[in-house]
Design a protein. Structure first.
Length: 262
């Protein structure tokens, strides 16, 4: 069986919206009223208020770096149907215990195995529009993290041998572990991108950039869930490991920065 694993879609196209905003009362904006009386104005007409204004510019920037996924997250399950609940539960427990034991024997740490669900429900058979209760279905879910991609295919095949037709794969996601360094690089690129755009617009307006007034960012580094149609894993049993290609993956930071004009 060939396992095709999609990379998480991380690249974000960013359309830059440039907004020139007026920022009033930055610094000492008030002025003392003139000692001389203002000229008279018609009744009901207000005299213009004194004051000064400075302005600023808000831009967004995008930083993107590419890394190589170094782990595989699997959503697996054991699904058993038996005439009664007790028999179904015992068989599911037994099979799941064997799968977990095999995963640990292949080097998967206990911390990377997590029970993520358990369901017990009636199971029906259908003849035309007529349904008949023919037993009970027990499903036990296990989340698995495989940190050695070179061995991941063999580990999956080994689990399939002991899980048989009861073992199903519900989802798989390639991921980057400890991507802080990549995020830091993407953040620097995002800020540099925003600053270059702001400087270009300021120059076009005949102004120059002053102090940064605010910064906000959006970092996309978490893999979104990618559901697979549940498939029996028995086809993967045997000596041939499931082929897995890591490929590449983007880490993206989008930053919004507001500068004052100097």
């Amino acid at each position: 069986m060939t396992l095709t694993v999609p990379l998480r879609p991380l690249a974000v196209g960013a359309a830059v919206a440039v907004v020139v905003v007026g920022a009033y009362a930055l610094g000492n904006a008030s002025r003392a009223a003139s000692a001389a009386p203002p000229p008279s104005s018609p009744a009901g007409e207000a005299a213009p208020a004194g004051g000064s204004a400075t302005s600023g510019i808000s831009v967004s920037g995008v930083g993107r770096v590419t890394g190589k996924p170094n782990l595989l997250r699997l959503q697996t399950s054991i699904d058993v149907v038996r005439p009664d609940v007790e028999a179904a539960l015992q068989q599911a427990n037994s099979t799941m215990s064997k799968v977990q034991a095999k995963l640990k024997a292949d080097g998967v740490a206990a911390a990377d195995l997590q029970t993520s669900g358990l369901t017990v429900q009636p199971h029906y058979s259908y003849t035309g529009s007529t349904s008949k209760l023919d037993g009970y279905e027990v499903t036990e879910n296990l989340s698995v993290v495989l940190r050695d991609l070179a061995k991941a295919g063999s580990i999956i095949s080994d689990a399939a041998q002991v899980g048989g037709n009861a073992l199903q794969l519900g989802g798989a996601t390639l991921d980057l572990d400890e991507d802080d360094a990549l995020i830091a690089q993407a953040r620097e690129k995002a800020f540099a991108d925003a600053k270059a755009k702001a400087a270009a617009y300021a120059a076009a307006a005949g102004r120059s950039l002053g102090a940064v007034l605010s910064i906000s960012e959006n970092t996309q580094s978490e893999p979104p869930p990618f559901p697979y149609k549940n498939m029996p894993m028995a086809a993967a049993a045997g000596n041939a490991p499931v082929p897995i290609e890591a490929g590449s993956q983007d880490v993206t930071v989008t930053v919004s920065v507001v500068w004052a004009f100097s």
